[in-house]
Design a protein around this ligand. Sequence first.
Ligand code: MGD
Ligand code: MGD
Ligand code: SF4
Ligand code: MO
Length: 756
Amino acid sequence: MPKIHEMTNERVAFRTCPLCEAGCGLAITVRDNEVTHIRGDMQDVFSKGFICPKGSTLKQLHYDPDRLRHPLIRRNGVHVKATWDEAWAAVDAGLNGVIQKYGREAIGTYLGNPGAHNLSSMTFNSVLLKSIGSRQRYSASTVDQIPKQVASGFLFGSASTVAVPDLDRTQYLLILGANPYASNGSLCTAPDFPGRLEALQARGGKIVVVDPRKSRTAQQADEWVAIRPGTDALLLAAIANTLAADGLEIMHQRLGPFLNGVDEVVQALKPFTPEAVAVTTGIDAQTIRRIARELREASSSAVYGRIGTTTTAFGTTASWLVDVVNIFTGNLDRVGGAMFPLPVAGSGNTRGAGGSGKGFRTGRGHSRVSKYPEALGEFPASAMAEEISTPGDGQVRAMVVVGGNPILSTPNGERLAKAFADLEFVLSVDIYLNETSKFADVILPAPSSLQRSHYDLALLTFAVRNVANYSEPVLPRAENEPDEWEILAKIAAIASGLGVDTPPSAIDSQTIKTLLENVSKDSSSNIFGRDCEELFNELSSSGRCGPDRILDLMLRIGPFGDGFGAVPDGITLDKLIASPHGIDFGALEPRLPNILRTQTGKIELAVPQLVDDLQRLEVLCASKIDSLQLSLVGRRDLRSNNSWLHNIEVLVKGKERCTLQMHPNDAVRLGITQGSKVRVSSRVGSVDAPVEITELIRSGVVSLPHGWGHSMQGTNTKVASARAGVNSNILTDEEVLDPLSGTSVLNGIPVDVACI
Ligand SMILES: Nc1nc2c(c(=O)[nH]1)N[C@H]1C(S)=C(S)[C@@H](COP(=O)(O)OP(=O)(O)OC[C@H]3O[C@@H](n4cnc5c(=O)[nH]c(N)nc54)[C@H](O)[C@@H]3O)O[C@H]1N2
Ligand SMILES: Nc1nc2c(c(=O)[nH]1)N[C@H]1C(S)=C(S)[C@@H](COP(=O)(O)OP(=O)(O)OC[C@H]3O[C@@H](n4cnc5c(=O)[nH]c(N)nc54)[C@H](O)[C@@H]3O)O[C@H]1N2
Ligand code: SF4
Ligand SMILES: [Mo]
């Protein structure tokens, strides 16, 4: 419980920061229910006091006058305040109106990034999707990490089984397309990622960073490899090719019994010699060979790829090859290598008997217009605009957007904005009136993150230690202000036809009862055969409901859980609450073969989709390079977070961040001078941005961050609009995707730059 100093009515509450994947512990001082300051929680078992400049701004975010506290309804083109009853009536009329006219397929959904950091969304988004009952599902995944999940799904049998670098113990780390000094890490949950990298170097280890930009991480690294954008799959193929040519004895010794398809992959990688890929990647053959040998000879090594590898035309293949290299060096599932977390709650790979399973598939359906295959139950975000604009059966006529800003976050923002303007009904669950929610007929405001409980159900499944950390709400909600899960449950009730008067609690009880029934039927579960009614009563006896009750269940049936008494010293939510700085369940341990869910019970190295894609990769390898063609990549800034922290003055003040970085050679060639404004044009659009000439980027490459472009009419984010920047996704092309995962190509966009 928060510590209360009775005399001053001051308390310190502990809470995990929900802004990025690092999940740092915060110590929040509250006086008379007002937050006075926020600092790092020195006792947090994982972050140990570390925070970045964003962590303390949960306070500014909470008090931001532009943050929505009431529903808004659009009347005659203008958003006006509404009561919750009015808003629910409008949601009912809007959603059910479209369902009656066109059927359920006419309702599309976009689930945005903050949902991955939000216990309400993690427990109720799936309920919402089910009740809407449409296959028109979109999310931030297809502009982000889904290639890694598809590759992992094929290899290990489950898309949640992602190997993470064992940061605290590895002696050699090859990072491709990630800049944790800015992002604080992704698909590798590690608070104070920079500190962990510095510790790696301090213990004599080596870090190599592959990035077209000399990012802050590349500057700190022992070596920077300035790759040509979009060619990481080639580099990785050549590293794997070298390892295979040198001999795979260590791999066979350590991983032999778990592997299927090694020979096939080795054969398919034959064309990708270091010499063959050198020109296209821009990396000489000698360097590639040396890195391959360093990876093999290091006492432990791990390869880690992120946004710069996933959001490219070969995102899935590059992600697969990351693990092929980890396997070929014998470092998969090994201390100091790439390891599998054992999540305390909520992971698909801790359920069931383990060792084998149903395996993983994509393409269980195709999108209506471009016939893109489904992956993880969704279609590419890039297909949203055409699905909205193309007439015919199944055309999307309404969108439900939860915590997302796709107009700024997904390709061809201008086309998508036009499509959104044409929709018959848009519902947004958001905290701002911004570039996407401005299209909404109804905006339902989620409470501030300080007003709700927190547990990182998603991100802790990718953590470099097995950790659990729960936070209680720091501040109370206003009377009648629903929690976000209640909003989601109520939309679910309305969409499933239960009527606008159905209370969220009805959906909640049904959800947890279904969960209990499913788990108690699983013979490998620690509550197999138990009486569901009894367990339901036990879970509810504390008065708990909603996400907290679901979390309690997930903890108790998890690998460290108490199994409702079956394991007396096991974990429960009560025990976690009694440890406000979190509980550390230790360093990662090997999990093969139990973690596998492939049909064969082996790691499937040579899944046909992946091996076949190497032919497409050969075409890239042979493609002619136009040395005058500039290539656009993105970047992140420590003081920004995707599209939505730009309304916080302390984060955006100072030098302009939305600049086009360019190498001096290119600037001279194009007659461009420092600070001048240039027009950047691609196949789909153009934007004007100030130039920042810097040696910290490979020549031929330019970089613009995403998430900016706050100058649209009809929004209400005053601070952000005053420093609007430009939307880099006006330049990204919705027609260019990674075919295996449907992920948009956000890096390596051909662009022209000219003075204006
Ligand atoms: N060009 C380019 N584009 C990119 C990327 C890139 O690298 N380059 N990165 C991509 C990646 S990795 C991602 S994850 C996406 C992110 O893109 P989105 O999924 O669109 O997410 P955000 O931009 O973070 O927008 C979050 C929205 O949620 C709202 N919000 C914030 N907190 C809450 C909350 O607690 N509840 C609710 N309901 N709403 C909330 C915000 O106001 C905002 O409208 O962008 C992608 N787009
Ligand atoms: N401060 C801050 N932190 C964030 C976010 C944020 O917006 N701001 N967003 C969060 C989210 S949603 C995510 S998904 C993570 C992402 O976390 P990271 O993946 O670490 O994201 P970035 O910092 O964009 O780093 C990507 C790097 O890839 C490089 N790159 C671009 N193209 C290529 C290429 O073709 N090959 C290679 N090898 N490199 C390339 C870019 O120059 C850049 O340095 O960050 C999270 N954390
Ligand atoms: S690194 Fe991420 S989790 Fe930690 S304080 Fe900063 S924004 Fe929050
Ligand atoms: Mo992301």
